[in-house]
Ligand binder design. Structure first.
Ligand SMILES: [Cu+2]
Length: 620
């Protein structure tokens, strides 16, 4: 039965069945023909009943992506050679569940020469495919480059040729981040497996959050030169030479502090900070919004020069998982290298997927989404809340397109992506290491060097001119108790199941800038070198450059009202309920001081101020 099952994994896509590679590569396929074909097939798609979700389409409009050095990049995808097909779950021959692929930790599978040989061979074959083949490594990179840098426009369902909205599509900075990357990896892995004829082949995961195994959070050796097994297809020259083993990935990393020679932590300190960052970015995030990110619906424009919230426009809102994942990108890429102003490869969404380590990194990100759903509620007062994905149709019915192992374009809904077991893969259990950050207990609260009270600091006056500047900024936050109104639309019964968040609203960040804001409660002395493994630290926001526009001359003088499309607007959410109780603040009406420490510019950028509109309490 297993043998039948394995064969079936590759032929479960209906339309793609039996095609293999035969007659597939139609190098000069006429654009008009593909559009026609897609238009015809659109009639076969069931009409939607619900409101308008986002549809990502690889058909039609596609623009180039600007970079700091050189001509704008073309990362558009080839048109589909056949009509797009609907996603179907992989199944066994008898219709039962598929054979499970097991994604294992990179630091473990690199000790298995047979695995490394297969893994390398799969990439070697992928890199040898012609540019016209959507499965080629070049086109796999283009998938990320285009969907993550606004090369395409949003469309409305039914797709993939629903009505174009005129708004550019961006799969970061929102609830689309995890589902889109999951399905991207799903097809990437199936293509690799198909190229080596091993349907059980699975990607490894770079287990960088693991502080238990001494080597897990180092760059895995199998991606590096001088590995005992041929790994030439897994190498990439554009990685930070200063971050090679035995350096361990530091989730508190900041390129500017490093360039100033102020990043001198011991491995033990790094590991404690890593645990505390994971604890605050994953374990304290109990709402779908705080972990996956904010809503992204038709019309959401992450490139808009302004955001009118009262008119229903939403800024980007990265979830806790996306924020911590950015750090591994930044740490791996060539930061602070004048010869590589775009921070190639991993340090920039444009180039990140040119590095094979990218897919192993994202495999861990994907794993952590599964782990998040299993973490018990230890953060709300009720203590009985489950961690669940969004249930709205705007989320579930959002659609994306990917090319599969048969070169078919497949239309996938977010609802298809929510259960990794149904997709036919699982992760090796590393719960012993996960539990180190899930159960992390930060250090006890600080004793202030001199007495202070919250009213010593100004409350934020909502406007576009509040500044997160070169020095830490502290504000008084007036608090209130949650009410029944705060429960609306959240599927919860009682206000004590809500998490108390601190929300920075409409933070304006240049596309081309790194940003990092570490936030502390009732610790106004916090500065750029303050350790993160303490009770007062409540989390981090990070931003990676994407959709580059050269702002090196204009950032420092740009005014708040400038509307030139060089900025993104974000809401930034810090989950603080448990930290507040840990600090002895049991009363809802006690005001606190919020200190925002901006660290985020790299050495080659001018030091810049960031503007935001408001800081407030928010319940999720
Ligand atoms: Cu990424």
């Amino acid at each position: 039965m297993a043998a039948i099952c394995r064969q079936q994994i590759f032929s479960s896509q209906g339309e793609g069945q039996g095609r293999g590679n035969a007659g597939v590569v139609q190098v000069k396929f006429l654009w008009a023909v593909s559009m026609c074909c897609a238009l015809l097939c659109i009639q076969n798609f069931p009409q939607r009943i619900n409101a308008e979700p986002v549809l990502a389409s690889s058909l039609g409009f596609c623009k180039t992506v600007p970079v700091l050095r050189g001509a704008p990049l073309h990362c558009c995808l080839p048109p589909p050679a056949r009509k797009p097909i609907r996603f179907k779950f992989p199944t066994c021959a008898n219709g039962g569940p598929p054979v499970m692929r097991e994604r294992r930790p990179a630091h473990v599978v690199q000790n298995d020469p047979e695995y490394v040989r297969k893994y390398n061979l799969a990439y070697a074959r992928m890199k040898a495919l012609p540019d016209s083949d959507p499965r080629s490594f070049l086109n796999q990179w283009r998938v990320h480059c285009s969907f993550c840098n606004e090369a395409f426009k949003q469309r409305e369902t039914p797709g993939p040729l629903g009505k174009a909205t005129g708004v550019l599509l961006q799969v970061h900075y929102s609830w689309t981040f995890l589902p889109w990357h999951r399905m991207y990896l799903y097809y990437h892995e199936r293509i690799l497996a198909d190229l080596i004829g091993d349907p059980t082949f699975a990607l490894p995961f770079w287990n960088w959050d693991n502080q238990l195994d001494p080597i897990a959070s180092m760059m895995p050796f199998m991606f590096l030169p001088n590995f005992p097994v041929n790994n030439s297809a897994l190498l990439d020259v554009n990685r930070n030479a200063d971050h090679m083993p035995p350096k361990i990935l530091y989730l508190g990393y900041n390129g500017k502090l490093e360039a100033e020679g102020k990043l001198n932590l011991t491995d033990e300190q790094i590991r404690y900070e890593n645990l505390c960052v994971m604890y605050n970015q994953v374990a304290t995030k109990i709402s779908a919004r705080s972990f996956l990110g904010g809503p992204y619906v038709v019309g959401t424009d992450n490139t808009a020069a302004s955001v009118n919230v009262s008119a229903g426009e939403t800024p980007g809102e990265s979830g806790g998982m996306e924020i911590v994942h950015n750090v591994a990108h930044e740490w791996t890429g060539l930061i602070n290298d004048p010869a590589h102003p775009d921070n190639e490869d991993m340090g920039n969404f444009i180039y990140a997927a040119r590095d094979p380590i990218f897919y192993s990194h994202h495999s861990n990100v994907d794993r952590l989404w599964d782990v998040w759903k299993t973490i018990p509620d230890k953060v709300t007062i009720a203590g009985n809340r489950k961690r669940v994905d969004y249930t709205s149709n705007d989320f579930l019915d959002s659609e994306f397109t990917f090319f599969d192992e048969n070169q078919d374009m497949v239309v996938v809904k977010i609802r298809d992506s929510l259960d990794s077991a149904k997709l036919g893969y699982k992760y090796t259990d590393v719960s012993e290491a996960d539990n180190l950050w899930i159960n992390y207990e930060p250090l006890p609260p600080h004793k202030p060097s001199q007495p202070w009270k919250p009213s010593d600091w100004p409350a934020v006056v909502p406007s576009g001119n509040n500044t997160i500047g070169k020095v830490p900024a502290s504000f008084k936050l007036e608090r209130r108790a949650p009410t029944k109104k705060d429960l609306k639309g959240k599927g919860l019964k009682h206000t004590n199941q809500l998490q108390e968040d601190i929300l920075l609203e409409k933070v304006r960040i240049p596309h081309s800038a790194y940003a990092r804001f570490d936030v502390f409660i009732n610790f106004p002395e916090a500065n750029r070198e303050t350790h993160l493994y303490m009770s007062e630290y409540v989390g981090t926001f990070t931003h990676l450059p994407s959709g580059m526009v050269d702002m090196s001359s204009s950032v420092s003088q740009s005014s708040v009202t400038e509307s030139n499309g060089k900025f993104r607007f974000f809401n930034i959410r810090y989950s603080a309920g448990q930290a507040l109780r840990r600090l002895g603040i049991a009363d809802w009406n006690t005001d606190v001081v919020v200190t925002i420490v901006s660290k985020g510019v790299r050495k080659t950028n001018p030091t810049i101020d960031f503007y935001f509109s408001n800081i407030k309490q928010d319940f999720q």
